[in-house]
Design a protein around this ligand. Structure first.
Ligand SMILES: [Zn+2]
Length: 103
């Protein structure tokens, strides 16, 4: 992974830094690398946050979802708005009513 490569680079720079004085080339390199690490951390945070947002959206979508009692397919939102207590999709409801009616 990119991060692992950066840590390898970090330890290499740290070793170099130990043999050099303050404000040396190694020190500036270290500062620049610290900035790169901050950016990598920021990008990782962003990816984590968007993954969490996607999971939360899916969770909310699932929470408002109701599956048909007979076929298990999700009952369309339009039907649920029209018939909030619907337990079946339109097709299964019609089939159910045909079965229950004496005709
Ligand atoms: Zn159904």
């Amino acid at each position: 992974m990119k991060i692992n490569g950066q840590f390898t680079q970090l330890s290499r720079i740290t070793v170099k830094l130990a043999s050099q004085s303050h404000r040396s080339r190694g020190y500036r390199e270290m500062e620049r690398f610290a900035d790169e690490l901050d950016l990598a951390q920021y990008q990782t945070d962003l990816m984590t946050m968007s993954a969490i947002t996607a999971i939360r959206r899916q969770f909310e979508a699932d929470a408002g979802r109701k599956d048909c009692r007979d076929c298990g397919a999700p009952i369309p939102q339009a039907r649920l708005q029209h018939v909030p207590r619907a337990h079946r999709c339109t097709l299964c409801q019609e089939r159910h009513e045909r079965r229950s009616s004496p005709h």
